[in-house]
Ligand binder design. Sequence first.
Ligand code: GLY
Length: 337
Amino acid sequence: MTKLSRREFVAGTSSAAAGLLSASASCAGPPSRSETEEPVDAGASRPARPVVVSTWKHGIEANAAAWRVLVAGGRALDAVEQGVRVTELNPKISTVGVGGNPDASGVVTLDACIMDEFGDCGSVACLREIANPISVARKVMENTPHVMLVGDGALEFALEQGFPRTNLLTPESEARWRKWKAADTKKRLEINVENHDTIGMVALDSAGNLSGACTTSGAAYKLPGRVGDSPIIGAGLYVDNDVGAACATGWGEAVIRAVGCHLVVEFMRQGQLPEDACRLAVERVIAKNPDYREIQVGFLALDKSGRHGAYCIQKGFNYAALDDDHENVLIDGEHAI
Ligand code: GLY
């Protein structure tokens, strides 16, 4: 697929641009950025030591898939995509991909984004009927001049790119939604759903390059059209290959207000260790959200040296970490209250 530059896209009529967007991969066209530039080989100046970290216990199986890419000398970008695809395809996980909780009208809509070592990024939001939104986000990054596609446009693009339509609502997620819908308002508040267990993953590869991915079905029974932090570059995910990478989980509205992951990376740029950077970002979230005692927000960060850490508002957030020295382990995030 030819990647259109912004100038080429703007110069064409929209239908011409759409035609070019659906052109076959064999079309000749200008090389994409990743074909013309070498990734930063930070490994030349220090030992290459891949590491992958991801949010929550479902990060364990996601890390294992990412690790297979990293130990083969693969790119962190491929590792994070392959890693979170596992979570997206697991119908037992009620907060991501297939089997994710639907919106209030019973429709499952997914949000995802991905970011690489060049600062290139792609994102989809409010995407229906596609099992692997993270891979659609990568196609947005690589095959369009845009960063973000939403709703019907994102679905049309995914279908054009060859992604199959999939029923994301499983019998279990439909039954949970019907129970919620039948309940009165008070009872609805009491229904305890796993709500914001987004998977965010950040990785460092053997060339010393960082990438990240984030994917979710968002808040359970959200208003139709609601989009959280997960597909918003800078909020749910941010990567700066000179400094570090961060991803977020929890109540997306609070993360967006603080532009959380960009903030974490900026704190690392100022010299903070990953856990301290996450703590300072959580403190900012707390300062900006008077209802912070009723919500959870957690940040997970990995720096350019492979050090990682997390911090959250409430007790209970954990993350999975995997590198050469350690088993795939679950680590409890430090918490503010
Ligand atoms: N952090 C996921 C969401 O709020 O949608």
